[in-house]
Design a protein around this ligand. Structure first.
Ligand code: MRU
Length: 363
């Protein structure tokens, strides 16, 4: 299978020609590639909550299509009634997951599109909402390419004397988490498109407990794309970094505060601390839509706490811990800005002081 065909097969969210909101069910990967249609607002909410669709940009795209699709079913005779039901839908989708700011960003953009078209007929408004969702999706593809191009420049500087470049990543900030190229994986996909072979790079994927996005999703994606890929448990990252095998780290993120503090999948901040110790550059890859200028620092980033059963039983319903044990299961942590070498956005690489760098990008 060529890389384009592979990307098409695993596209995270799309609207079919028949108007169906269609996702790949990521909870079944890598064992089963199954695409499902989401028809009702409850199905869309559940798909986001249960991580059938996940990763900050993909959640945003799914919510945008989701609100366009469910708003198209509103039977209102006038704008005021339509807007009321639209805002109820918006609030409902916004309650699905708290950390990834892209969800709220995309829903706000959909509300802006609604209001910009308020003088039009209800049918025209419904069309405009679909168009806005489509724009959000298409822009995300270009954004990933922008991040990838800047990350690829960093990789090129590291390629020397035929030695493979050791790259570490955490969770899945790949194709499955976005509209196409991913964020943390975009430098590698851009490298493949620009003359690197899959063996020029060696990506070490943290398995990412408890839900194994690194093992199930990133290792699956990258190895299928022909990139040399190795999987390790999260607690093996330190020995790998000490061994000298890791030249650079790319991770995605769910929300960046104004001071550069960056929330990403639980375990990311530990990697950054170890990377600092060993002097390994640590880059956060983030579309500008992930930068929340309203959040001053980590204290303004809500951390999702998920069901303890994800740790005690995962999804297999086979108990791996004593009954009635207390469980702490935060889905994200925040990497302190002082540990981050740079934040790669589609518009440029931001360095400390991050608030100044973000303002220079026009945020
Ligand atoms: O809980 P998840 O799987 O949605 O967490 C995803 C991550 O932490 C990703 O790294 C992040 O959303 C960036 S995706 C480009």
């Amino acid at each position: 299978m060529g890389i384009e065909e592979f990307f098409d097969n695993i596209i995270s969210v799309k609207l079919t020609e028949g108007g169906e909101l269609n996702i790949i069910d990521q909870t079944l990967l890598p064992g089963e590639i199954k695409r499902i249609n989401l028809n009702t607002k409850e199905e869309i909410w559940e798909a986001i909550k249960k991580l059938r669709v996940r990763g900050a940009p993909a959640i945003g795209v799914c919510a945008a299509y989701g609100i366009a699709k469910t708003a198209s079913q509103i039977e209102a005779g006038n704008y005021a009634d339509f807007e009321k039901e639209f805002l109820e839908l918006k609030e409902y989708f916004a309650s699905s997951r708290p950390t990834a700011v892209n969800l709220f960003w995309a829903l706000n953009r959909m509300e802006d599109a609604l209001k910009a078209n308020k003088e039009k007929s209800i049918d025209e408004i419904k069309d405009a909402l679909f168009k806005e969702a489509e724009d959000i999706r298409n822009e995300d593809v270009e954004i990933s390419r922008g991040i990838g191009a800047l990350g690829f420049k960093l990789l090129k500087k590291l390629k020397r004397n035929g030695k493979e470049i050791g790259i570490m990543t955490h969770c899945n900030a790949g194709t499955l988490a976005t509209a196409k190229y991913g964020t943390a994986t975009a430098p590698m996909y851009m490298a493949l498109e620009n003359g690197f072979s899959g063996d020029d790079m060696h990506v070490y994927c943290d398995e990412t407990r408890p839900l194994l996005q690194g093992a199930r999703l990133t290792a699956f994606e990258l190895s299928n794309a022909g990139i040399k890929t190795t999987l390790q448990c999260d607690n093996m990252a330190s020995i790998l970094m000490k061994s000298g095998k890791i030249d650079i780290i790319f991770v995605g993120c769910d929300r960046v505060a104004r001071n550069g503090d960056a929330a990403n999948k639980i375990g990311t901040s530990g990697l950054a601390i170890i990377a600092k110790h060993y002097g390994i550059p640590f880059y956060v890859c983030a579309p500008t839509s992930t930068i929340d200028m309203k959040a001053e620092s980590d204290k303004d980033i809500p951390i999702e706490i998920r069901d303890g059963e994800e740790i005690t039983e995962m999804w297999y319903k086979e108990r791996m811990a004593p009954e009635n044990i207390g469980v702490y299961n935060p889905a994200f942590d925040v990497t302190d800005h002082s540990l981050i070498t740079g934040i790669i956005t589609e518009k440029g690489i931001c360095k400390y002081p991050f608030d100044k760098a973000f303002k220079e990008l026009g945020l």
